[in-house]
Design a protein around this ligand. Structure first.
Ligand code: FAD
Length: 294
């Protein structure tokens, strides 16, 4: 397992939505996972894979940034995604504190507070309607002229305030808490926390270079087990699924591991039969002999 150790939710103090691990700091989950891998004899390398290179027809080389070269018969790529935030001064500094993106992960912690949504992007109104479940005091910020009549009606119908204008900064108090959103016309709208729908950029460079198929939006395609179009290569989690949370990314990784292992066993059987055809008889691992072989 080779991991550069920068999980997407790393900036968050606590993780939610993972039954039995609620409130755990994200890095503690990583530490626990690494310990378990080692206890089962697995090797954990902290490093970055710069390149994946086919090694013959049935294996790969993984080239690491420190010059190491690791060989593998199969690959499971789980490199995640990057969150691209709107270009608002100070927004990135507040990320995972009082600027949030996932109402399912962190909505409960800011329930009933004065919340805002930075809108104006496709799907942002629907996203605001999801955030609305956590508070009666929600303001939707959007550049002028971006709301359709239907969207405006939907927002008004659920008592979501609409502020049209250009957000040019955040107001932070002396205790380092978000207090409001500042617009370029000088207005300040008091808010305790902001939800921002980011643009998701999957970390697919390694998969693309290997030649994996992508869909019309540029996301690598997989089957239900995570198998990509390139033989021997699986992918799971946010790198192929922007909706994956920690628990579903872990589940997808587990499902891929089963399929990957079954594929390796198929390979082993094929190789063993080939050797048998060439006259190599493997020693039986026990003294049980069947009628046919005796
Ligand atoms: C601020 C924030 C808070 C969140 N809170 C929650 C929450 O409370 N609950 C929840 O369920 N979800 C939460 N999420 C979503 C969660 O982060 C993702 O669902 C989860 O991280 C997806 O797991 P993953 O394994 O696909 O990717 P990641 O966890 O991002 O892991 C990808 C790993 O691959 C490594 N990597 C990338 N490229 C390379 C390379 N070339 N070589 C080696 N290693 C590489 C990275 O360093 C990283 O460790 C949150 C997201 C954000 C942004």
């Amino acid at each position: 397992m080779i991991d550069s150790g920068e999980p997407r939710n790393g900036p968050a103090a606590h993780m939610h939505g993972y039954l039995s691990r609620d409130g755990m700091p994200p890095r503690e989950l990583l530490v626990a996972g690494r310990i378990e891998i080692k206890e089962y004899g697995g090797e954990v390398i902290t490093g970055t894979v710069n390149d994946l290179v086919p090694n013959g027809s049935d294996a790969f080389w993984l080239l690491l940034d420190d010059g190491q070269r690791v060989s593998a018969r199969r690959l499971l790529v789980t490199t995640g995604l990057r969150d691209e935030l709107p270009d608002i001064p100070g927004l990135r500094d507040r990320w995972a504190r009082d600027v949030l993106h996932c109402p399912y992960c962190h909505g409960y912690e800011v329930r009933d507070r004065q919340l805002g949504v930075i809108g104006g992007t496709p799907g942002a109104v629907r996203y605001a309607q999801i955030v609305r479940q956590w508070t009666h005091d929600l303001v939707y910020f959007t550049p002028p002229g971006t709301l359709s009549a239907v969207e405006r009606t939907q927002l008004v119908a659920r008592a979501i305030g609409v502020v049209e204008g250009t957000v040019d900064g955040l107001v932070i108090d002396g205790a380092d808490q978000l207090r409001g959103v500042r617009l370029d016309d000088g207005r300040v709208v008091p808010r305790d926390a902001l939800f921002v729908p980011p643009r998701f950029i999957p970390n697919t460079a390694l998969l693309i270079e290997l030649g994996c198929d992508v869909d019309d939006d540029g996301w690598v395609t997989t089957d239900a087990t995570g198998r990509t179009s390139v033989r021997g290569v699986w992918a799971a989690g946010n790198v192929v699924d922007p909706r994956a949370q920690v628990i579903t990314a872990a589940g997808a990784g587990s499902a891929a591991a089963l399929a990957l292992n079954a594929d390796l066993v198929d390979d082993d059987v094929r190789n063993a039969v080939r050797e048998l055809d060439h006259g190599f008889r493997p020693a039986l691992t026990s003294n049980i002999t069947s009628k046919e072989s005796s």
